[in-house]
Each structure stands twice: as C-alpha cells, then as structure tokens.
Design a protein around this ligand. Structure first.
Ligand SMILES: [Ca+2]
Ligand SMILES: [Ca+2]
Length: 169
C-alpha cells in the first residue's frame, strides 16, 4: 500500500510508490518533504517553501531586480512616493528611508505639529500670549502692551481731564 498522496505504479510482479512532487521517500513507509530552503541564504529576505521549490520573500525596503530571485534591490521609497514625508524631506537609505522634518514638525512622517507654546519652545515676550499653529506659532502682546509679540512694551493711556492741545509729531 502506498501512503496517502503517493502514486501507485505497476511493475511486473510488483508495484512501486512514487512520492508526490516536493517530497522524497519510498512511498510505502512515508514521504518526507524536501526542504528546498536548506542551505539557501535569502539575503534581505526569508526563504519560503513552495511545493517544488523555494522563494525568497523580501524584507520591507528590499525588492528583487526584474527577473531576479534574490532581494538585492533597494526600494526607492522617496521616488515612489515623494510626498510621504509631508512637511519634510525624504532621505533615501539602503533598505529603508527616513524623513528630515522642517522646523515645527515632527514624527516619522513629519506630519505631527509641534506645540511650541506648551513646550516652551517659543520666543514670545513674557507679556505676550503664544498661540500654536500648524508648523509654527504666533505671539500677540497681552492687553495693555504693544509690540510685535516678540517684544512688548507697556502701553499706558493717560486721560487728561481737560485736553486743550493735540500733540502731533
Ligand atoms: Ca530605500
Ligand atoms: Ca506649532
């Protein structure tokens, strides 16, 4: 009797069992899977068994050259998706990429606004109010102060009881 999966073939006065593709053995005591990955070194990837062979499955960031079998080609992430770094510059790397963020942005994709106000990264005057904006922040002098927000001066309005002169400069 041939084991399940193997093919029984007649021989004069006898029979033989042929193990299915991808396995070896006598087909009577059993068939053993052939480890096509044995001794295979899939650089930048891992070996995956197929029914009668193997395949190198590439790690992220690597691919095969056209018609190739090994993962020897860097994925050009920055070329494939130039906008992947949002508010930053995409930097190509072997097997990966990175984003170099513009000031005011952070995160691996440079899409997280930095709250300069709450982190005390702003340069607003001590008498100004910081307001966070996407990619930046604004400074506005508090009530009673005048200035551009980075420098604020106290502003006092004297009310004269009987103004008789208008002073102009
Ligand atoms: Ca790359
Ligand atoms: Ca901000």
């Amino acid at each position: 009797m041939c084991v399940s999966g193997s093919t029984c073939m007649n021989n004069p006065g006898s029979y033989i069992c042929q193990c299915p593709a991808g396995t070896f053995g006598d087909g009577i005591t059993g068939c053993t899977n052939i480890d096509y990955c044995q001794g295979v070194n899939c650089v930048n990837g891992s070996c995956v068994l197929l029914p009668t062979s193997y395949e190198c499955q590439c790690n992220s960031g690597w691919t095969k050259s056209i018609g190739g079998v090994v993962c020897d080609t860097d994925v050009m992430e920055c070329t494939l998706d130039p906008s992947r770094c949002n508010n930053g510059q995409c930097v190509e790397q072997l097997g990966s990429f990175s984003c170099s963020c513009q000031s005011g942005w952070e995160g691996s994709a440079c899409n997280i606004n930095i709250d300069e106000c709450s982190r005390n990264l702003d340069n607003c005057d001590g008498n100004a109010t910081c307001t966070d904006t996407a990619g930046s922040f604004t400074c506005a002098c508090n009530a009673g102060y005048r200035g551009n927000g980075l420098t604020c001066y106290e502003y006092i309005l004297f009310l004269l009881p009987n103004p008789t002169h208008i002073i102009t400069k």
